[in-house]
Design a protein around this ligand. Sequence first.
Ligand SMILES: [Zn+2]
Length: 283
Amino acid sequence: MTNFEFYHFFDKENNCLNFFKKYYQRVLHKCPKCGHEKLKWSKKIIGWRCCKCSKKISLKSISFMRDSNKLFMDWLEILHLVCHSKKSVSINEIFRKSRQTRYETVYHMVQKIRVEMGKINSIDAINSYTEFMFLEMNRKVFMNLPLSIRMTFWKSPTRTRDKVRLVVPVFLHEAILNTKVQLLEKNNYPYKKLLFVNHEIVFNKKATQLSEEIINLKWRSHLRNNVMKLLKGIYHYTTGLHLQGVLDEYSFKYNYRNTKWCKLRMFMNLEIKCIRQNNGDSG
Ligand SMILES: [Zn+2]
């Protein structure tokens, strides 16, 4: 979807709301309180109401946009700007292109979208892994770079549909969580809201590390060089705090680089697939 098409189709809040509603109603089968299967859409609460116990289920609360007071239109625009470009663009650039007036707001929204991308990457890319090391030289240029990054992946027979997820090492993940706790305790830290964005990492204990002979080394170093370029070129200021988010957006775009689908719809379809899988729901 081009920018022109996007702003043409989604110029009203109601269109954007309906776009999201169409996807999320696929995973809402029954009332979470009483289990009744008949739910009725209510414009007033922008959500569903259970026909038996009257429980309200707002659209936002069952989506990745929960706990946000931004319009669906704002969310869809940021989602479009993130997904639209083939390569990652900086949050600053997304901010400049968007209707938003505060950089922090856009930063927060992009992080939330990246968290979802991380979950989507984890659907397939979890069975095998390899590590790639960064050279000492690279680390001098980019101070927050860890020694190595783990690449979990699933290799497709034709190689065109390989799925990867790049993850920060376990020790760094733990260090990041500690830093967050420390920042939360500081009274004057201005971006507390951002600390609640949690880039989830599930370390699959059953994953097998593939030996150097099996891995296509050229492929691995190609990916490593791309990550280096990305971090040096766009994310000059990436602190370890949101490095996982950067890696997840990169992995997501890599995984779906060959798709002809509209990226927005593809993201939403994968998001729904992810929720279904987490709910153990096959329909
Ligand atoms: Zn109910």
